[in-house]
Design a protein around this ligand. Structure first.
Ligand SMILES: *Cc1c(COP(=O)(O)O)cnc(C)c1O
Length: 231
């Protein structure tokens, strides 16, 4: 099933790139494997997937141990400060920096290891109360604060759009995030690039690609429904 699903997802990514006049190589598919067993990740790996996303620290570190070393791991979930030490240096990108206090802890752990940790700033574009992320209005201030820490480098922005029946409803949110990234990039801030735009999930990744996503995070569309009771 995973192999067939990946073919479908790949085709849909290509179609969205074609519609938007974008190069397929400018979009990276992150397979979101949370709650899924290692066999599932291995099947995706065998199909050429090298970017995986997880949202829980313990599950992430466990899977890192069990999977090949050429994988790029993405921390996409809300991150607690006391858990940063377990993943520092192990991830390609932390997508979910939404406070200066969290960034400070990432900075401390980076300096301990003599590394610089790449992050995205998570923006709650829709302003949903249930979601993490800095508001659009406060995003630039947070970017400036985070960029002042030299154990961190800001690579771009991430958002989790609401679940909607019609993905077209999320298009304005993706446009808003893209606009913010263009505005910030134009200011040429030290220690900030806006090369990465992490947006789009199973339900809306094609729309996100049309609006400029460089990373799409697809779980259900690759691995099928998640069963949270059976973990
Ligand atoms: C679970 C999750 C995804 C994947 O969601 P699907 O709808 O299954 O594709 C993407 N991003 C984040 C942050 C997630 O937690």
């Amino acid at each position: 099933m995973i192999t067939e699903n990946l073919k479908i997802v790949e085709q849909k990514i290509q179609e969205a790139c074609d519609r938007a006049g974008r190069d397929r190589n400018d979009v990276t598919l992150i397979a979101v494997s949370k709650t899924k067993p290692i066999e599932c990740l291995k099947e995706a790996y065998d199909q050429g997937i090298r970017n995986f996303g997880e949202n829980k620290v313990q599950e992430l570190t466990g899977k890192i141990e069990e999977m090949p070393t050429d994988i790029k791991w993405h921390m996409i979930g809300h991150l607690q400060r006391n858990k940063v030490k377990y993943i520092a240096g192990k991830t390609e990108l932390i997508h979910s920096v939404d406070s200066y206090r969290l960034a400070e802890e990432i900075n401390i752990q980076a300096k301990k290891r003599g590394i610089v940790i790449p992050v995205l700033i998570e923006v709650n574009v829709a302003g949903e109360e249930s979601k993490f992320g800095v508001s659009l209005d406060h995003a630039e201030q947070l970017i400036d604060e985070v960029a002042s820490l030299d154990g961190i480098t800001v690579k771009g922005l991430m958002t989790i759009a609401p679940y909607v029946e019609d993905p077209e409803e999320n298009r304005p949110l993706f446009q808003a995030l893209k606009n913010l990234s263009v505005d910030i990039a134009a200011k040429n801030k030290d220690n900030v690039t806006m090369d990465v735009l992490s947006m789009g999930m199973t339900n809306d990744y094609q729309v996100a690609i049309e609006e400029g996503a460089t990373l799409v995070r697809v779980g259900t569309g690759i691995f099928g429904e998640r069963n949270y009771n059976k973990q």
